[in-house]
Write a protein that binds this ligand. Structure first.
Ligand SMILES: Cc1cc2nc3c(=O)[nH]c(=O)nc-3n(C[C@H](O)[C@H](O)[C@H](O)COP(=O)(O)OP(=O)(O)OC[C@H]3O[C@@H](n4cnc5c(N)ncnc54)[C@H](O)[C@@H]3O)c2cc1C
Length: 366
């Protein structure tokens, strides 16, 4: 299987990645594991580049028709962010309760060890541990095996997956798991071995997925997915930088989901990366991901100081002028927030489905 190795990138390298997106090949091949996907997710999740900035750059060299599919995928991200803002903690419970009956609230061991017996899925899990990145379809199959074949509630599995994803985004991950499990739309995602074979370079036969896709929820959970275990997600915090009294200064407060070096770049400021231990207790990430966050942040913001603690424990916090970009994880801080630039600011309100949201967005593609 093609390896997606995600590395720390400079801002210029990220712009070059956007310029390299081939929207025509994307639309044609994106569902295949070897397809022409952008691999921009780590940089989008970390807020280094905003969705409208990507859209505008793409539209400089693509027609509306050619770029439509790629922009629609960007819109999925915006939709999930909006649902998080609107539902808050509600996204951590079934959004359509009663659609599914779960057999347990634990992690299937065969998922953690990558020994499901489905070769492509097992390779994808190994790749997740090595690189922190997995193709969208492999994500759907991992989530689908855990929730729709092993009948685990999606929440613990989504927490395990998020822990290892370098592009781990709380809304995209949680709500994608709900989508796969059926609690977002009312219909669980079904698939079978022939779909996996068609979308991957590996052909496997005689597996427990040699079924009609509609039968997925009815098959007996195979032995490889029967054992379960509790979650163990230890966090290693990074080294903090010494920070002197910030009183009287302007602070650009960055956090793991906001590392945009162009934001308020003309303001003379002290740049701080907030690593709040309470946040990581609630949403643990692996050492690979933590290391990526800090090294990526230092790469795009060379003068950054890393603060490990609550924002309010920054020396002189109450006497400093602190700015950040709005995000649900820091919305209770007594600081000034700038709004996150939206792909479709014209579209307001809440939408019951992505399709309804997309219908409202389409007139504004560009
Ligand atoms: C179970 C599961 C968990 C997921 N967890 C995450 C996550 O934690 N973080 C994350 O960014 N994406 C997540 N996704 C969505 C999607 O798989 C990734 O965004 C995509 O695979 C990233 O690769 P790419 O940058 O090459 O995407 P491309 O296909 O090139 O798409 C470009 C960008 O559009 C956005 N995008 C594309 N597809 C989706 C989608 N289905 N949902 C939301 N945004 C999308 C992403 O920002 C992506 O970088 C998850 C999907 C599933 C099924």
């Amino acid at each position: 299987m093609q390896e997606f190795s995600v590395t720390t990138k400079t801002y210029e390298e990220i712009m070059a990645m956007i310029d390299a997106v081939d929207v025509v090949a994307y639309e044609r091949t994106r569902n295949h594991l070897s397809g022409s996907v952008s691999r921009l997710s780590p940089y989008i999740t970390r807020g280094i580049v905003t969705l409208p900035a990507i859209r505008d750059r793409i539209m400089q060299r693509s027609s509306r028709a050619a770029a439509r599919k790629f922009i629609q995928e960007l819109a999925w991200r915006e939709y999930f962010q909006r649902v998080w803002w609107q539902q808050g903690e509600g996204i951590f419970s079934d959004l359509r309760p009663g659609v599914r009956r779960w057999q347990h609230q634990a992690l299937p061991t065969g998922i953690r060890t990558g020994t499901t017996g489905i070769v492509v899925v097992d390779e994808a899990i190994a790749q997740l541990y090595r690189t922190g990145y997995v193709h969208n379809h492999a994500r759907m199959w991992i989530a689908g095996l855990a929730t729709n074949v092993a009948h685990a509630h999606w929440l613990p599995v989504s927490r395990w997956f998020y822990y290892h994803l370098i592009d781990g985004d709380i809304a995209s991950n949680t709500l994608s798991f709900q989508w796969v499990a059926g609690t977002l739309t009312g219909k669980p995602y079904d698939f079978n071995q022939s779909i996996i074979n068609a979308c991957s370079p590996v052909t496997q036969t005689d597996t427990f997925l040699d079924i009609q896709r509609e039968q997925l929820l009815e098959i007996v959970t195979p032995p490889s997915l029967q054992a379960t275990e509790p979650l163990t997600l230890p966090v290693t915090l990074p080294q903090a930088d010494p920070i002197s009294d910030l009183g009287g200064q302007t602070v650009r407060l960055f956090h793991p989901f906001h590392l945009d070096p162009t934001w308020r770049a003309d303001t003379k400021s002290c740049d701080v990366l907030l690593i709040d231990p309470d946040h990581f207790t609630q949403f643990p990430v692996s050492p690979l991901v933590m290391n990526y966050i800090v090294t990526q942040a230092r790469t795009v913001l060379p003068n950054l100081l890393v603060h490990v603690g609550a924002a309010t424990t920054l020396p002189g916090f109450e006497r400093a002028t602190v700015h950040s970009r709005a995000h649900p994880t820091i919305s209770d801080l007594p600081i000034t927030f700038d709004p996150v630039p939206l792909l479709f600011p014209e579209v307001q309100g809440s939408f019951r489905s992505f399709s309804a949201f997309w219908r409202a967005c389409e007139p504004y593609i560009g």
